[in-house]
Design a protein around this ligand. Structure first.
Ligand code: SF4
Length: 386
């Protein structure tokens, strides 16, 4: 039934453009009854040809004229503007997703569509500062017009959407990453896995989940996760206590910490728990506090630090990659004893003027939306940048 090769032998290319993700990976985002697709979650924007059949995602993606053309461009060394984040990361001397994937996969054989980034909509109970209405229904319900970056067709409208049921896709997958909205709130993730289980077992599947930590999985979902070969759950924690409750509006620190402890004692050995911390101007000053708290209270869990940048319309107004000399030095001094945060010295470059202007405008609007004050909850850093 499969007219596309499962494994492609690519010429051994090692250019500054080649990326195996164009073949190996697919990002699918469900927008009500339609699906947008692109090569990976880092890719900016989506392809213009949408998919409407939840039972034919594999053939629609691999048969897409745009995908076929961009794959050929990639082999020919033609840069794709959607891959800009990888090129920018590399130009700073850091390792990009593209380079990590070449290290993992090499530059020859690729198993086609063996990895899925799955985003089944923006149903979410929080309105986090690093997020927006495209990824959260709470955000969409309360965003002022200046922060309402969402096209009308992307608004989450219904809950009775068909679950994906595509045997070609299910049989090609080795790894799946669940993201977008709150995974443990959106019932369609369970429907996806229940349908997958009609065609194959779960034991050779590796699953990665990003969660805001406020919701525990249903017993049915937990039963399926327990059958998977490996599961990695990342809790999105960017700060602690009242700063956490500002940055993750709607969440209570004590409840999330208690949920994480619940996971630690409840899950099987095949389920691994980690933190995913997004660093930005919101929290860069406080990262040492966070690091110390997480490593002392949850010593068995690794912290993955990710830069803030994943925003539509280049909405990176609180990226911490540019700071004034004195503020940068103060932030670096605070993490000087923490080797895991030494990457910040390379990440933050020095600029003149007021690199915090857009950030301050943003938090003014965000303060108004969530009825809290950044200045009150983060007084030390706020005083440095006003
Ligand atoms: S170069 Fe980067 S953005 Fe482009 S497909 Fe590869 S990993 Fe994704």
């Amino acid at each position: 039934m499969n007219e596309y090769p499962q494994i492609v032998s690519l010429p051994s290319v090692d250019t500054n453009v080649y990326c195996p993700e164009w073949w190996r990976r697919v990002y699918i985002e469900q927008i009500n009854d339609d699906y947008e697709h692109k090569p990976c979650c880092v890719y900016r924007g989506t392809l213009s040809d949408r998919i409407s059949d939840p039972n034919a995602l594999y053939s629609a993606h691999n048969g897409s004229k745009q995908i076929i053309r961009f794959r050929q461009d990639n082999l020919n060394g033609v840069k794709n503007p959607g891959c800009g984040q990888c090129y920018e990361t590399e130009s700073r001397g850091q390792t990009s997703s593209r380079q990590y994937k070449i290290m993992e996969n090499g530059t020859s054989n690729v198993e086609v569509t063996s990895h899925l980034d799955l985003n089944l909509g923006n149903l979410c109970n929080l309105s986090c500062a690093v997020c927006g209405p495209w990824n959260s229904t709470s955000w969409a319900a309360s965003a002022p017009k200046e922060l309402y970056y969402i096209e009308p067709h992307r608004r989450y409208r219904k809950q009775d959407r068909p679950a994906i049921d595509d045997p070609e896709l299910f049989l090609s997958l080795k790894t799946i990453q669940l993201q977008g909205g709150e995974v443990f709130l959106e019932p369609n993730y369970l429907g996806f896995f229940q349908n997958l289980g009609k065609y194959r077992t779960y034991d050779d599947l590796s699953v990665t989940i990003f969660t805001n930590g406020t919701v525990r999985p249903s017993p049915e979902f937990m039963q399926i996760l327990n059958q998977c070969g490996r599961v990695d759950i990342y809790f999105s924690i960017d700060d602690i206590e009242q700063r956490f409750e500002y940055q993750r509006n709607g969440a209570r620190w004590s409840e999330v910490a208690s949920n994480i402890h619940w996971f630690r004692v409840s899950v099987k050995d095949s389920i691994h728990l980690h933190f995913n911390t997004t660093y930005s101007l919101l929290n860069v000053y406080y990262l040492a506090d966070l690091h110390q708290r997480l490593t002392s209270e949850f010593p068995d869990m690794r912290i993955n630090y990710s830069e803030f940048n994943n925003q539509p319309n280049s909405r990176a107004q609180f990226s911490a990659d540019q700071m004034t000399t004195n503020v940068r030095q103060i932030c670096l001094d605070r993490v000087a004893d923490i080797p895991e945060l030494s990457f910040l010295a390379k990440y933050i470059s020095i600029v003149e003027g007021d690199p915090y202007n857009k950030f301050k405008k943003y938090i003014q609007l965000y303060d108004g939306m969530i009825k809290k004050s950044y200045a009150d909850t983060h007084p030390e850093f706020y005083q440095l940048i006003i």
